[in-house]
Write a protein that binds this ligand. Structure first.
Ligand code: N01
Length: 514
């Protein structure tokens, strides 16, 4: 087909994104719904999502390996207590191969928009092919489906800081999530803007090659020890050949993580104090000769207000002579470097470890629901969804890792699996109606969504996430916490155990049979 031609196609389900979430739903559709009539659109050239995008030096996961896998595809072969990016990506590629997901994924295909057609009662997803992989379908085309699943994640669009002069810089600028390995770091003068989880992993690696490294910190972060270590081969054999040991270990790790929830959600708790004491103790032990840095590196907000960092390698970097910490605000970026208080510091490379556009879920995809309502209209006051999954005015639609489903304390895969099962229960009804030659649309009732969201926000507003002393990617500009879940993982899983159909407006001639 000629490039640029438009081609209509059909599928029962369209999934946007082939990361952990999209892959999980694809596998659930096959296993639970016996549905193979689905298409996954993936903007990049392979599966893996965030673990494909983030390839910066030192990239790894701060959740224990044995919690960072699908429950149905546990991995006995993790080589370390905390998995590195390459190992996670290999694991995900292995899962994609095992479940033969490649046949459903259209790589290098970016979703531009998705529009609900009220007359046809179907979604029309318009895509653009950015690579040559799927040239068969042309440069852009539209696919029609009964159900649409967004699995794009919360941390996929890099946030570039609004610092004057950023474009003037004549050296190299790199965002943490768009690392260019062809750039030779050896002997370079490096500036790192930001000190969140990404920076805390990058800095200890790139410092080894740099001739000079300056970290520009706007806000200090709570940092707690990691205690990473190789998993010995005898232990891996035990996990592989005696699965109950692996299951026990996974359950224990989950319990430990769940108990830390109390600390991050209640800053008055004894546990929160313990974490803060631990962090200060780690800093002093790792920087015994740098008391002048202690104040600068100690946060002025309670632990949990923003994401705590888990690492043993970050503080010690500041013992090195060629490393400095700059806490005064950046006034501008110049052709040669970074200016603070009227003084310019030259550098060769600026690393923007400045995070992601987190509060605009699904950005930049243009989503239009029933009666032509755009997602920006639906979410004018901030992203919200029933159970973080279904959205008003978007019939036959489900999100994974949507609004208010992020965690500060446990493995996100546990949340994703619960969402995927829930979405598959919705899809099952739509497909049952379709097979009977009928139609069914499922949309959350506005009053249920409001009730759910009011309750959720009430709880979040008393949590540490809402503490006014910190700025974080959990909140939008109005201070509404749009990203984080308000409870434990177990509470969330229980809430999603079954679909309460009274939450939904059901329409179409297949509605009576639900
Ligand atoms: O991004 P961030 P991240 N001028 O948003 C600073 C996950 N993750 O990529 O704190 C100056 O946390 C900003 O300063 P401030 C994890 O969920 C997981 O590090 O806003 N500075 C901050 O220091 C994490 O939470 C792993 O004052 C500016 C930094 O940039 C999430 O990803 C590993 C600025 C941004 O920190 C995001 O982490 C890595 C400006 N204009 C990431 N704008 C795992 O291990 C921003 N900053 C699983």
């Amino acid at each position: 087909m000629a490039a640029g031609a438009d081609r209509q196609q059909e599928a029962a389900v369209v999934i946007i994104g082939a990361g952990i979430s999209g892959m999980c739903t694809a596998i659930d559709l096959i296993k639970r719904n016996n549905c193979r009539n689905f298409v996954i659109f993936e903007k990049s050239g392979g599966p893996g999502g965030t673990w494909r995008d983030n390839i910066y030096p030192g990239c790894c996961c701060d959740v224990w390996s044995h919690l960072y896998s699908y429950s149905f595809e546990q991995n006995s072969d993790w080589t370390r207590e905390y998995p590195g990016q390459e190992e996670i990506l290999d694991y995900l590629i292995g899962v994609a191969q095992k479940y033969e997901l490649y046949r459903y994924i259209r790589f290098n295909t970016s979703v531009e928009s998705a529009q609900w057609d009220d007359a046809e009662k179907k979604w029309k997803t318009a895509v653009k092919v950015t690579g040559s992989h799927d040239a068969e379908f042309g440069e852009s085309y539209t696919l029609t489906s009964d159900f649409l699943v967004s699995a794009v994640g919360q941390l996929n669009v890099p946030q570039f800081p609004n610092i004057p002069g950023l474009d003037e810089f004549r050296g190299t600028t790199m965002h943490s999530a768009r690392w260019d390995w062809s750039y030779n770091l050896e002997g370079k003068r490096i500036a790192v803007i930001g000190n969140g989880c990404s920076a805390a992993q990058i800095v200890p690696e790139i410092v080894k090659a740099a001739s000079k490294l300056t970290v520009y910190q706007r806000t200090a972060n709570w940092i707690v020890p990691r205690g990473d270590a190789p998993i010995p081969s005898f232990k891996r054999a035990l996990y592989k050949y005696v699965p109950p040991i692996r299951w026990r270990s996974r359950a224990d790790l989950m319990d430990i993580r769940e108990s830390s929830y109390a600390a991050i959600c209640d800053h008055h708790s004894r546990l929160a104090e313990m974490w803060m004491d631990l962090s200060k103790g780690l800093m002093k032990a790792q920087l015994p000769d740098k008391p002048e840095l202690w104040d600068k590196l100690t946060p002025n907000y309670p632990v949990g207000c923003k994401r705590a960092i888990i690492t043993d390698d970050y503080f010690p970097v500041f013992n090195q002579e060629h490393v400095s910490l700059e806490t005064r605000p950046i006034s501008k970026i110049t052709e040669k470097g970074i200016e603070v208080d009227g003084k310019e510091s030259d550098c060769d490379l600026i690393v923007l470890a400045t995070g992601f556009r987190t509060v605009e879920f699904m950005h930049p995809i243009r989503i239009t629901g029933s009666a032509g309502r755009s997602i920006s209209d639906i979410w004018a006051k901030g992203g919200r969804a029933l159970y973080g999954i279904t959205v008003e005015s978007l019939p036959n639609f489900g999100m994974l890792y949507g609004p208010n489903t992020n965690l500060g304390h446990n493995s996100i895969i546990l949340m994703i699996e619960a969402q995927s099962k829930y979405i598959c229960a919705l899809v099952a009804e739509v497909l049952r109606a379709r097979q009977a030659g009928k139609s069914l649309t499922i949309t959350p009732k506005k009053e249920k969504l409001e009730e759910y969201n009011d309750e959720l926000q009430k709880k979040l507003n008393t949590s540490t996430f809402a503490h006014p002393s910190c700025r974080s990617w959990y909140k939008n500009e109005e201070g509404v916490i749009t990203n984080n879940w308000s409870g434990t993982v177990i509470e969330y899983q229980k809430m999603l155990e079954r679909v309460r159909w009274t939450d939904y407006e059901l329409s179409g001639n297949g509605a009576d049979e639900v």
